[in-house]
Design a protein around this ligand. Sequence first.
Ligand code: HEM
Length: 142
Amino acid sequence: MKKTSAILGGLLILSAAPWVVAADAPSLYDQLGGKPAIQKVVDDMITHVAADPRINTFFANANIPHLKMELVSQICAGTGGPCTYTGQSMSAAHKGMNIDSAQFNALVEDLQLSLADNHVPTGLGNKLLAILAPMKKDIDHK
Ligand code: HEM
């Protein structure tokens, strides 16, 4: 009888204090610092892209505010944040641009520069890169 009430008492404590039992790991979105931090990383990445002679001509006629907004929403959604990406698919967005592997890697390097500018720890930055890497097959067509 004593044992049963001890168990019941334990269950009561656990159900009254669920945070003691299950603390969900923070999403990558939260670890990166949420929307403002992601916006800053995207802003700085585009600054690096604009100064990068390997790829900046691609963006000469781009709608940069729109591109930044779509990138932020894509990264927010992909890292577990409260966003839904409503932009084009990666294959549709980059269709006919003839982007090659070196140009794709150049953009990734510009993102890495921005992650470093913003003191994002390497482990977190690599998690973000790992989410974007599979998109390569839909973006570069050479
Ligand atoms: C992981 C790599 C990349 C990601 C995640 C990415 C993501 C995106 C997104 C979300 C858009 C906007 C789609 C929309 O408007 O609905 C976009 C557009 C675009 N991307 Fe990429 N992209 C990547 C690589 C590249 C590379 C390597 C280039 C060129 C070297 C490039 C050039 C462009 C251009 C020119 C646009 C159109 C901008 C405009 O016309 O307004 N992207 N990309």
